[in-house]
Design a protein around this ligand. Sequence first.
Ligand code: MTE
Length: 332
Amino acid sequence: MLIRIPSSAEVATSEITSPRALERFNARRSLLKAGSGSAAFATGAGWLANAQAQTIMQAPSTSTGAKLAAKTSPFSTPEKATPYKDVTTYNNFYEFGLEKDDPSKNAGALKTRPWTIAVEGQVNKPRSFDIEELLKLAPLEERIYRMRCVEGWSMVIPWIGIAMSELIKRVEPNGNAKYVEFITLADNKQMPGLRSSVLQWPYTEALRLDEAMHPLTILGLGLYGEVMPNANGAPARLVVPWKYGFKSGKSIVKIRLTEKQPITSWNRAAPHEYGFYSNVNPQVDHPRWSQATERRIGEDGFLQKKRPTLMLNGYADQVASLYSGMDLKKFF
Ligand code: MTE
């Protein structure tokens, strides 16, 4: 199932890791197939006003059914949102398998209540936040963002969430805090993909503190007007729209502020291919494929004309200043 022939526009999931790791993974692979979530229609919030009501009619089997009201945001793109079905069934969430449809098939039973996120490290007020508290911590906002995967595909997703800064400022970072590490759930009982050695678990990612505090960075709590589907990283995930999608860890259980730059999952697995920054940059090719263009999921299948990838995924006006003086080719 992992072996398929990608078009030049798309890189197979299996190619983003080393062949040796994949061999090991294939040898051990024995993924459980569980049911997916309940069937219901998404009814959405502000994204309706975005003239994309057609996407609402695609009765998603992955729908959580639980609605979230959110205010619109000036940070949202007016681009057409990727259909709900694609957003929730074409996923990367290796804890549930390597195929794009594995998370929607296998993550349905993930227990997302009760759920807490511990925030600790270089802070004056370390503490845990219950998911119900996070949902009320700040007014929920809808952020319609482009998402560019390092594999060469992209989506436009109407996320719902709160600014990550709202969470971080409550624990009061101290003078030593320079980075923020995001540690995600690794539960053998619930996550069949953990049997693989494709990555070292738990999946961890990290940002510089100023990146985490940037207004575009959100703690994603939902999408398309409802609580986060399990396949997309329920109940809370990172969303950093100017970086490749793998920076956005799903199902976060711990956030740690650190003085030293943390080691991250993909950087550890393949340091020459996945840097710490991983900013979307069409001028820096992946060692094994070009990053100049991308395929927009949900648009005309494999025959579609690829669109050019934008510097910092089109968010350069907002975030380029974070990297002034840095060589973005060196700091990939
Ligand atoms: N988070 C965890 N915990 N496990 C993963 O495998 N995959 C990453 C990222 N976050 C991943 C993860 C990758 S490679 C991408 S492209 C995005 O999640 C995909 O998010 P989506 O499936 O919601 O589009």
